[in-house]
Design a binder for this molecule. Structure first.
Ligand code: PEP
Length: 250
């Protein structure tokens, strides 16, 4: 049995004041049972989030980490720094990082490995572009990303995969429940072939314009174990509603 997980990716949004008010609303709603929840604010708001979520069921994560342990990497944040702040999770390989910063599968693999080495649970994002889906390359692209990120890892404790079709992120377009379930089942079949991964217990999240109105039908897919939520996670009522859908799914 895989416990549903819903993760909010706040991207580069927020101020101390708006983060405080969003966290207040979420903390008030965290009595939900059945779904695990995490929020990933910008690095500068992590300490504030960890402090506010202490003693609640809400875990905190980073949106990215360095592949390097420490050193002369101006602007980077080490996985150990996130762990030291109290993070449990870190997103790696988000399509915005791949697209705007040219992150390769090898770099994503190194970041995931850096995360696991300090006890963080990596959420590894994969997904195809619209052109790749239209060219019938979606599965091949996702397979290359999964294998590139996971194949050579010795330890993948706590791994979570997020399937996020790039064409659905922040666009209002969502994969149909059938498209999403089909890809999630395919990802699980790929995980079966990877050493050090337990495919049946690894959670696979869907991401891409998840909202209260489409969450339940997405979560009905047997291989869809929750969501990575961008835009809707910045609206407390919407994020809460998505969490309720996930909790009911259990
Ligand atoms: C994301 O950025 O991970 C995401 C899924 O965004 P949105 O929900 O806004 O599409």
């Amino acid at each position: 049995m895989r416990q549903p997980l819903v993760v909010g990716n706040w991207k580069m949004h927020g101020s101390r004041a708006s983060v405080a008010s969003l966290l207040d609303s979420l903390v008030a709603a965290q009595r939900l049972s059945g779904a695990e929840v995490a929020v990933c604010p910008s690095h500068v708001h992590i300490a504030q989030a960890v402090e506010r979520c202490a003693g609640t069921q809400i875990a905190v994560g980073g949106q990215d980490c360095s592949h390097a342990e420490e050193g002369a990497y101006t602007g980077d944040v080490a996985a150990a720094m996130l762990a030291d702040l109290g993070c449990r999770w870190v997103i790696v390989g988000h399509s915005e990082r791949r697209q705007y910063y040219g992150e390769s599968d090898a770099l994503v693999a190194a970041k995931a490995s850096a995360a696991v080495s300090v006890g963080l649970q990596p959420i590894i994002c994969v997904g195809e572009t619209r052109a790749q889906r239209e060219a019938n390359e979606a599965e091949a692209v996702v397979a290359a990303q999964i294998q590139g990120a996971l194949q050579a890892q010795e330890d993948l404790a706590g791994l979570v995969i997020a399937y996020e079709p790039v064409w659905a992120i922040g666009t209002g377009l969502t994969a149909s429940p059938e498209q999403a379930q089909q890809m999630h089942a395919y990802i699980r079949s790929l995980l079966e072939g990877i050493a050090n991964v337990d495919a049946q217990t690894t959670r696979i999240l869907y991401g891409g314009s998840v909202k209260p109105g489409n969450a339940s039908e997405l979560f009905a897919g047997e291989d869809i174990d929750g969501a990575l939520v961008g835009g809707a996670s910045l609206v407390a009522d919407d994020f809460r509603a998505i969490l309720e859908c996930a909790a009911r799914q259990r």
